[in-house]
Design a protein around this ligand. Structure first.
Ligand SMILES: N[C@@H](CCC(=O)N[C@@H](CS)C(=O)NCC(=O)O)C(=O)O
Length: 106
């Protein structure tokens, strides 16, 4: 994509950076495996944060997401919920756009 720099009015090249995806997980968690599998199936890189046994991190997650379960998926620091939430977004055709992918492309 090409943008015009308002300072010097010359076109500057802008790369479409992929959003930062973070998945908060615990060690034994089937839904975490499903969420990671879905993201991997889309070729998306993500940071996996293990909050097993970390009470303050779990408390922060509950306060931030309003949910008590893991996984919790964040895209550019915005919480989108767990596996069933992102799977639903995918079924609605909304997940790819949130992940910075071309919708519908394998
Ligand atoms: N609908 C949720 C269900 C998640 C869920 O039940 N996760 C389990 C672990 S796999 C959980 O957090 N259980 C409560 C706990 O571990 O404290 C999702 O799809 O992410």
């Amino acid at each position: 994509m090409t943008h015009v720099d308002p300072e010097n009015h010359s076109p500057t090249s802008v790369t479409n950076a992929r959003p930062a995806v973070k998945v908060y997980v615990t060690r034994i968690c089937a839904y975490c495996t499903l969420a990671k599998r879905l993201l991997r199936s889309k070729g998306v890189e993500f940071e996996e944060l293990d909050v097993s046994g970390d009470a303050s991190a779990r408390m922060w997650l509950v306060e931030t997401t309003g949910q008590r379960t893991v996984p919790q998926v964040f895209i550019d620091d915005k919480p989108y919920g767990g596996y069933t939430d992102i799977a639903q977004l995918d079924q609605q055709g909304r997940l790819d756009g949130l992940l910075g992918l071309d919708p519908g492309k394998p």
